[in-house]
Design a protein around this ligand. Structure first.
Ligand SMILES: Cc1cc2nc3c(=O)[nH]c(=O)nc-3n(C[C@H](O)[C@H](O)[C@H](O)COP(=O)(O)O)c2cc1C
Length: 234
């Protein structure tokens, strides 16, 4: 259950709804990039959530606070250095996410098939693989690479239960293997999105492609800002 789209009351209501829908264990995600941690953490503790994944930020920010309260903490990492830092911070496990994944990404993306076995070979905590995993075959591959489990984003977003608009789901399902685009590699925050006419245009405006043209740099910043604002408003 992601926490970034809700105010504290809405997030608490989502947790209640999760408990109505299932008696199975579940966890919540806290994106460290967002400036809402204090209130989100209060809700997590008040609601008795047992598992938190932290992502997009420094694992030292929250790990000890959550661990002191008895929660299990997994941190999402895009490379080996981040994995080692998270282990040093005391996490119970890692979500190791390759650059194939949708959403925010490290600008120096590493393929899941490279990253997962590398991290597994260097750490003693359990690893959940993410990035490009969408079915049983890719899940089996992740397990073969040494992961204990998988995290899926794009597949879940496209499911019947997802609140995302049907047109978006249909576009994801109809997409070909070349239909994602890595955006904002040079300015950040980088992310992988569905290829559309608009995202292809943004890809073209990436700073490297623009060279040193001031007009292009300004339009790139404006486009990035628009996307950031949209993302923040999710
Ligand atoms: C629309 C969308 C929203 C996402 N939101 C978050 C988020 O709030 N926090 C997070 O840690 N990861 C987020 N992710 C990343 C997913 O949790 C997951 O790690 C990633 O999508 C895995 O790659 P896949 O899309 O190939 O399955 C998001 C991904 C997508 C596609």
């Amino acid at each position: 259950l992601e926490s970034g789209s809700f105010d504290p009351a809405g997030f608490a209501a989502e947790i209640d709804r999760m408990r109505e829908l299932t008696s199975a264990p579940f966890g919540v995600n806290v994106t460290l990039l967002a400036k809402r941690e204090p209130t989100v953490i209060d809700v997590i503790l008040e609601q008795g959530v047992r598992l938190v994944t932290t992502s997009a930020g420094d694992p030292t920010i929250l790990t000890s606070t959550l661990k002191q309260r008895g929660l299990t903490v997994f941190h999402v990492v895009p490379n080996l250095a981040a994995a080692l830092k998270a282990v040093d911070a005391g996490v119970d496990g890692l979500v190791v996410e390759g650059g194939e994944g949708g959403g925010f990404k490290n600008p120096r993306d590493v393929a899941t098939i490279v990253l997962v076995p590398l991290v597994v070979s260097k750490v003693d905590v359990p690893v959940i693989a993410a990035g490009g995993i969408a079915d049983g075959v890719s899940m089996a591959a992740a397990l073969a690479l040494g992961a204990e489990g998988v995290q899926m984003g794009t597949r879940m977003m496209s499911s019947a239960e997802s609140p995302v608009h049907a047109n978006w789901k249909d576009a994801v399902v109809a997409a070909e293997e070349t239909d994602t685009v890595f955006l904002s590699r040079f300015e950040g925050p980088s992310f992988r999105a569905l290829r559309t006419a608009y995202s292809t245009e943004l890809e073209r405006r990436d700073k490297w492609a623009c060279g040193s043209s001031v007009a292009c740099a300004i339009s790139t910043s404006a486009a990035t800002w628009r996307l950031r604002s949209r993302w923040a408003a999710r």
